[in-house]
Design a protein around this ligand. Structure first.
Ligand SMILES: [Zn+2]
Length: 718
């Protein structure tokens, strides 16, 4: 909303100001709307204004003070005259672009002071500017002029055809060698490749920017500034192309914008050919890095119009909406003010309704996309350097979220607005306070889902005691058995021989004993001892022989997990034959990551919901929780490892696949009995599942804080 009067007006009201003599003005038609572009040759200053502002600028002359000019304009054209605030900003901008001079000179502080005060930005804004800082270094115009003949040749038809052919050839090579290219991609971000990658990125950027400059020159523009910009602390070349604004043909402007990508495409093509035909070595690696940097930069960023890269400027030029982002943002702000804040918007908005929705759509999609890319960048940086990542995150959040929001709320600072919208402000204030209270104070239900595994409450693994040959399996795998039922018969010939030997010795000892008794020998005691020890050995061996008949220790399902027990298979001593699993009652073992353990301290004793892999549609319940009081690192089942679709990271060095990378706690919960469950239902023991446990209710803010700290603890091992 233009403000007619400004309390700062006195600073410039007495100045006598006029356009510099060297300034030329051109009228542009864009989207059927006139624009005026001011251009000052000596300093390559550019400035673009709408007709109303142009009318005001054309009134400037040194015979009248700014105040007189402004008042005269207000009298003749009250509707079109900009407010004092706007005039102030306009004069400052014109002065900075070197387009006006001030009669008798001017105390710069008078004009610029306010501007500079505005510039006193908070530290983080400065930081974010630093992260995207531009340092002008070189005026390439003379150089480009000297080489204009080469430039003409570069954009001539034969060269274009040649480039196209090279590109097509490279495309074929790339498709043929595709798998090799993907393989090499995994090493691109490794530390020892970073320098080479940076060299490649810098080189491709340099050619990219020079290509922009050359195309601009080709169409008769001037390129006055080239330099280095910091893109997240990485110096990369840039070039200032603002002179292409003066091109009347929108396609010429679009060509200048796309020149960089054309250079990328050609460079990428040449790099691909070099890569495909060179032997392994530095040249090959550099070529690969060039391929990678041109393709990724062009495809991910540059061609995409949603970020402020070349694709955006091309779109902006082709739809003839200069400053598309700003326009879109203004449309959004306008809608916000009109519909939400209910402030009358006086601006003469010439945007058609269809365009308005287009702009709004662009505003929303580009902002969502920007947010995604920013999050990606922050995470990428934080993964390497946590502190820097945090700073970048703060800076980005401030400039792209906090500041725009404050700007949206700017009208609230105006006492007049507050007065006129008392009810609205009060209602919104109360609503906001309510939302805040809900988030900060009111406890909300909280729950957590844990990965875990189902175990039968009662199961017994069966081991061979002395080893043996399987001679008979009595029960097929998976069948229900009663206690004492015979499962497997083993045979151990060695054991038999041993028993026979002991029996023979025992018989001999018994004979000796009875002989000694009858003959009254004094050797009785040692003989007696020998008999006893032989009897003990025999008992043990007999027990071992008895154990060759493997019986079920209790009722349950006979599980021979890997079908090891086959006819004539030799089972080594101590090997697991299988297990008898009583699946009628089950427990659920949930894995709690260490950083989450504190959150579970206030765990409530109540029914929880459990889902089991293989029967996800059925909801089970569990109760009677107990936390295994010490942390451990061996998973209860390999079903929890990523290989089996679980989410707990396991050590790759461990063959069992059960050794977790990080220690964890176990939560034990008993699954509620199911009377209708049939003995022949598929076994649940060992299956993965999920348990949802209720945590003590707490405010949403505290829940979010906890989740964030846990995330950081996990990701950055804080
Ligand atoms: Zn570019």
């Amino acid at each position: 909303m233009p403000r007619t009067f400004s309390d700062q007006w006195y600073r410039i009201s007495d100045l006598r100001v006029a356009l510099r003599p060297g300034v030329s003005v051109r009228l542009h038609e864009e989207r059927g709307e006139p624009w005026y572009v001011f251009h000052e040759r000596a300093h390559a200053g550019f400035f673009r204004v709408n007709p109303a502002t142009y009318r005001f600028i054309s009134l400037l002359n040194v015979d009248a003070t700014l105040d007189q000019v402004w008042r005269a304009s207000l009298q003749t054209q009250p509707e079109e005259t900009p407010g004092q605030e706007e005039v102030f900003e306009l004069i400052v901008a014109l002065y900075r672009a070197n387009l006006i001079y001030v009669e008798g000179g001017v105390d710069e502080s008078k004009i610029l002071d306010r501007f500079q005060r505005k510039k006193a930005k908070p530290f983080l804004t400065r930081l974010s500017e630093l992260l995207f800082m531009r340092i002008p270094l070189w005026d390439p115009d003379a150089w480009l002029t000297r080489h204009s003949r080469h430039i003409d040749r570069l954009f001539s038809v034969p060269f274009r055809c040649l480039a196209l052919m090279v590109f097509a050839w490279a495309l074929v090579e790339f498709v043929l060698a595709g798998p090799r290219a993907w393989q090499q991609a995994s090493s691109i971000l490794q530390l020892n490749n970073l320098l080479l990658l940076y060299v490649a990125v810098f080189l491709s950027h340099l050619l990219h920017e020079l290509s922009h400059a050359a195309m601009c020159k080709y169409f008769g523009g001037e390129v006055r500034t080239m330099g280095v910009m910091l893109l997240l602390l990485t110096p990369l070349p840039y070039v200032d192309l603002s002179s292409s604004w003066t091109f009347r043909d929108k396609y010429q402007r679009a060509w200048v914008d796309s020149a960089g990508m054309l250079s990328d495409a050609l460079l990428g093509a040449i790099a691909t050919l070099v890569w495909a035909y060179s032997p392994p070595g530095v040249v090959n690696e550099l070529a690969y890095n060039l391929m990678f940097s041109t393709v990724v930069y062009t495809v991910l960023f540059n061609i995409n119009p949603l970020m402020r890269f070349d694709g955006y400027y091309i779109l902006s030029d082709l739809v003839q909406i200069p400053n598309l982002h700003e326009k879109a943002r203004q449309q959004f702000l306008k809608l916000w003010r009109e519909r939400v804040l209910k402030v009358p918007v006086l601006e003469d908005d010439v945007t058609k309704p269809s365009e308005r929705w287009g702009l709004l759509g662009f505003f929303l999609t580009s902002n969502i996309y920007r947010l995604m890319v920013m999050t990606g960048i922050v995470l990428f940086v934080a993964d390497q350097y946590f502190g820097v990542g945090l700073l970048v995150a703060f800076a980005l959040a401030l400039t792209s979220f906090v500041q725009p929001t404050l700007r949206m709320l700017a009208p609230l600072k105006n006492p007049l607005f507050l007065f006129q919208h008392k009810r609205f402000v009060r209602r919104t204030g109360i609503g906001f306070a309510l939302v805040l209270a809900t988030v900060m104070v009111i406890p909300m239900p909280d729950s957590r889902i844990l990965d875990g595994v189902v175990e039968a409450r009662h199961y017994t693994p069966l081991f061979t005691e002395s080893g043996g040959l399987v001679v008979q399996t009595h029960v097929p795998n998976g069948q229900w058995v009663e206690a004492g039922e015979l499962l497997v018969t083993l045979e151990n010939p060695e054991l038999e021989t041993e028993i026979e030997g002991v029996q023979a010795q025992l018989a001999m000892a018994t004979t000796q004993e009875s002989k000694a008794l009858t003959e009254g020998s004094i050797d009785l005691l040692p003989i007696r001892e020998r008999t006893l020890s032989l009897q003990a050995v025999l008992t043990t061996l007999s027990a071992q022989r008895e154990a060759l008949l493997v019986r079920a220790p209790h009722a349950g399902i006979w599980v021979d997990q890997e079908s090891k027990v086959r006819q004539q298979a030799w089972m080594a001593r101590g090997a697991e034959l299988g297990r008898v699993v009583d699946d009628r009652a089950q427990v659920f073992l949930g894995v709690i990551r260490q950083e989450a353990a504190t959150a579970l301290l206030g765990l409530q004793e109540e029914e929880s919901r459990v889902r089991i892999e293989g029967e996800r549609d059925i909801l089970h319940t569990a109760q009677r929780f107990s936390l295994v009081p010490h942390s451990q690192s061996t998973l209860p089942s390999a079903a929890l490892s990523p290989l089996a679709g679980g989410t707990v990271a396991v050590s790759t060095a461990d063959p069992s696949g059960k050794q977790a990378v990080e220690a964890f706690f176990l939560l034990r919960a008993e699954l509620s009995p199911e009377p209708e469950r049939d003995l022949h239902d598929p076994l649940r023991h060992g299956r993965a599942g999920w348990i949802k446990i209720r945590l003590p209710a707490r405010p949403l803010a505290s829940q979010a804080w906890l989740a964030a700290t846990q995330y950081f603890q996990r990701r950055y091992k804080l």
